[in-house]
Every structure is written in structure tokens, then in C-alpha cells.
Design a protein around this ligand. Sequence first.
Ligand code: F6R
Length: 264
Amino acid sequence: MRVVILDSEQEVSQRAANLICELVGSKPDAVLGLATGGTPLGTYRELVDRCQTGQISFSTTTTFNLDEYVGLDADHPQSYRSFMRQNLFEPGDFNFDRCHLPAGCSRDLSQACQSYEAEIVDAGGIDLQLLGIGTDGHIAFNEPGSSLASRTRVKALTEQTRTDNARFFDSLDQVPTLAITMGIGSILDARHIVLLAMGAGKASAVRAFVEGPITAQVPASALQLHPRVTVLLDQAAASWLVRRDYYQHVENIQRQLEQSEEPA
Ligand code: F6R
């Protein structure tokens, strides 16, 4: 795991946008795995800005979102489809036909989950998967106790997650109780995983998944098994890490190596 500790939330967003733009710049038909929630918003703003100023185009990029609430119409303002349209797909130049989210309103949810997995395979797999992390260590909606080998399926949200997400709704009662989510096994299939965490509220979950044991009680800890994970943190989210000085030391060396490899 490459743990990168940055000075500010803005730097985290810019670094994540850099990784996405480097990929899409060299592979315009790249397949991105995307997240919703507060964490990626700064990254999406950065991507939209670069797109609107002609620095990058996403017109041939394919996307798969991690999850979608069950029971909210696609056009519901709090559906993840609406969130993505508003914050990235519409202001960016994404081709909606290439933007995929699980069908949370399908009459046959289990079929919808299987089709989603098949669509990802048909697209050639995910090149870069963007992740946030829940305060309980969840990734996507894989709540504590989720199988580390799980695939896309319907999950019941914990009260903690519903409470955390209630800020996007008028009241807690309106937060759905179920979601379709990519599984931990599905996420681990991505070729590069980039997890972002900002703020003191994430410090405990970050400590647990980076430095704790691999356990289904902290779903993000499964990322320790993946060969290419980049963890981008601001100072507050990194504040509980015991080995933070070492990560910073490794990062300094890594950057020197990268600079020496750049053409003169
Ligand atoms: C959203 C998702 C969730 C969030 C997590 C953190 O698609 O997959 O796992 O990343 O709940 O949410 P925020 O970013 O709002 O703190």
C-alpha cells in the first residue's frame, strides 16, 4: 500500500485528479470505478474544471459506480445516478451511455447484480477504482462483516451508515435501508485502487484498515491484499497512524526516484 499524507483536503483531491487524468490521458477509453459521498466531491470539481478548460476529455471513458440505493428512482435527487450526473457526468463531457450504476429500482435485484458484474467484465475490468471509506471501515456499502470475497449484491445498511448519510436527505427516515453494492471481491479485481480519506472523523477507520489485521470487521482492510493501492490522506485523517513518519519517509524516497526517472 502506498500511503501518501498531504497537507490539505484540496491537495488530496488534486492528487486523485492527477492520477485519473494521467490514466485517461494515456488511455482515453479507460474504465473508471467511481464513488459518491462527500469525499470525492473535490476530485470531481477538479476533473470538471480540467475538462471545461480543455485539459482532458472523458468522452470515451467508461465508468462504473460502486453502489446505488435500492428503491429510489434513477431521477430521485438523492439517487447516486443523480449525484453523479450533477457533480461529474453533466458538467464534464462524459457520454452517459458509457456511465453505469447498479439498477437499484430493478424488479429483479439479484439479476441486476449479476448483470452489473458481467458488464464490468465485458468492459475489460476496471483500470482505476476510486474509493472513500465509511467511519466504520466500510468500502462501497460493504458493511462490517461482509465477506472479503463478496461480489455485487444487495446489502442492508447499518444504522451508522444511514445516520452518516442522513445529511443528504431531509430526515433519517428517508434514507433507504438497502443498497446494491459492488462486493469486496469485485473491488479487488480493479487494477489500481485509490482510496481517499479526509478529516478527523476518518482517522480511526484509516488506522484500522492500514495498520490493523485483515478482518471482515474492517472491510477496507482487505485492500492490504491488493498489489496496487494508493491511499491519499490529509493530515487529520492520517493523525492516528502509528507509522506515519515512515510512510512520509518512503514517500519522499519514492518521489525522488520518480523525479530521477523523468526525462531531462
Ligand atoms: C459511496 C460509497 C461509500 C462512501 C463512504 C464515505 O459510493 O461507496 O462507501 O465512500 O460511505 O462517505 P463520505 O465520502 O460521504 O464520507
